[in-house]
Design a protein around this ligand. Structure first.
Ligand code: BGC
Ligand code: ZN
Length: 379
């Protein structure tokens, strides 16, 4: 496995090229590092944006970036100082790494998801190579152990961290509300209504996280009411509203007070339309990153009036800290106990590395598509 060259999927932004490259296996592991044998790498909207050269930055001094940030790997080799892991452990690596400015307090505290300088780096996205290759070296401190029984869904941990961080944030900001009226739906199951916009992987995993927390969960998305996405939403006891048959006003009418809108589409027009239906004391959470588009007009007076008269809060959230990774791994275990088939069906395909082109151009369709590595020991 240390021998021959390894394949990797790399983008070359300057020449707008994306290709499989051969690179030598990474050098020896340092005491605090591990060598990972990559098993699976999920593909998301961010990867598609990088592959269309709208996003993504190679490491300094390199003309290319190896992509892939949603990972599942097996530990292959341990540095002499590594104490938390053993050979053969399944792990997920964190995506974002701290900036180097001494004055950036979040980064110095290990909370680079709140980096104040913008000079953080992200594996497979910004300034550091990612995981779409055979082997990777990483530092012990960025790894989170995944139980063996989650082997077939562990690649969903990273996209689930988005929801877990959002829920931590929600919990913190809703402490603003008096007593039992806080967002603690678990105290009285079904007392709070959540609406998830979009039923892609982030939306579906968000639905699961909210339903598991006790929210009466609803999803509003483009796909038909008998689509695979709709079935996953219904399988977890949530309600699916297809945009083919429902418009937002009817959705809002049927839900009642919407205590939380969890946006997972990146479609800003839809998001700001939905904002007009946000309920009293409610929170709107943005997780999508829209591409640059022509401005759309919104009824600012309506939105501002609602925000004031209904004590509303708008919250954006990106990336995730170690606490959200640990929570995501625990939650995935819970989801698998409650809804194993629904969780498994979020993953719609596993492909060899050579399929990268169709997967990144979106031609392959499906929900979460995954590249499988080292399946036959060749990459
Ligand atoms: C990743 C995050 C990352 C964000 C912005 C997302 O796809 O899941 O970890 O911070 O893109 O680059
Ligand atoms: Zn992603």
């Amino acid at each position: 496995m240390y021998g021959g060259d390894m394949k990797a999927v790399a983008v070359f932004p300057a020449t707008k090229r994306i290709d499989i490259i051969d690179q030598p296996p990474p050098k020896d592991v340092q005491p605090s590092e591990v060598r990972l044998k990559m098993l699976e790498v999920g593909i998301c909207g961010t990867d598609k944006e990088i592959a269309s050269f709208q996003y993504g930055t190679p490491p300094e001094g390199s003309d290319h970036l190896v992509i892939g940030h949603e990972s599942l790997a097996e530990i292959y080799d341990l540095g002499s100082g590594v104490s938390k892991f053993s050979k053969g452990d399944l792990v997920v690596s964190m995506v974002r790494r701290p900036c180097h400015h001494p004055e950036c307090i979040p980064c110095r505290l290990g909370r680079q998801d709140f980096c104040t300088t913008g000079d953080y780096i992200e594996r497979g996205i910004k300034g550091i190579d990612g995981f779409m290759t055979g082997q990777v070296i990483d530092q012990e401190k960025y790894l989170h152990k995944v139980p063996r029984e989650l082997r077939d869904v562990g690649v969903l941990v990273e996209p689930l961290t988005i929801a877990e961080k959002a829920l931590f944030q929600l919990d913190a900001v809703q402490r603003r509300l008096p007593g039992d009226f806080q967002h603690q739906p678990a105290r009285s199951e079904g007392s709070h209504n959540a609406l998830v916009l979009g039923a892609g992987p982030v939306g579906l995993l968000g639905c699961m996280a909210l339903a598991a927390k006790g929210y009466r969960t609803n999803a509003f998305s483009r796909e038909a009411k008998d689509s695979r996405k709709a079935k996953i939403v219904e399988a977890i006891g949530a309600r699916y509203f297809s945009a083919e048959t429902y418009k937002l006003p009817q959705v809002a009418e049927e839900i009642g007070n919407i205590d939380l809108i969890y946006e997972a589409t990146g479609a800003s027009g839809l998001a700001f339309d939905a904002l007009g239906y946000l309920g009293i004391n409610a929170v709107f959470i943005f997780t999508g990153v829209p591409g640059r588009k022509a401005p759309v007009s919104v009824d600012t007076a309506l939105l501002m009036r609602n925000m004031v008269l209904k004590n509303q809060l708008l919250l954006g959230t990106v990336n995730a800290g170690a606490d959200a990774y640990e929570a995501a791994i625990r939650s995935l275990g819970t989801f698998m106990k409650r809804w194993p088939d629904a969780v498994r069906s979020v993953i719609t395909g596993r492909f060899p590395i050579e399929s990268y082109h169709d997967l990144l151009s979106g031609k392959s369709g499906g929900i979460k598509n995954v590249i499988r590595l080292n399946a036959d020991g060749t990459n």
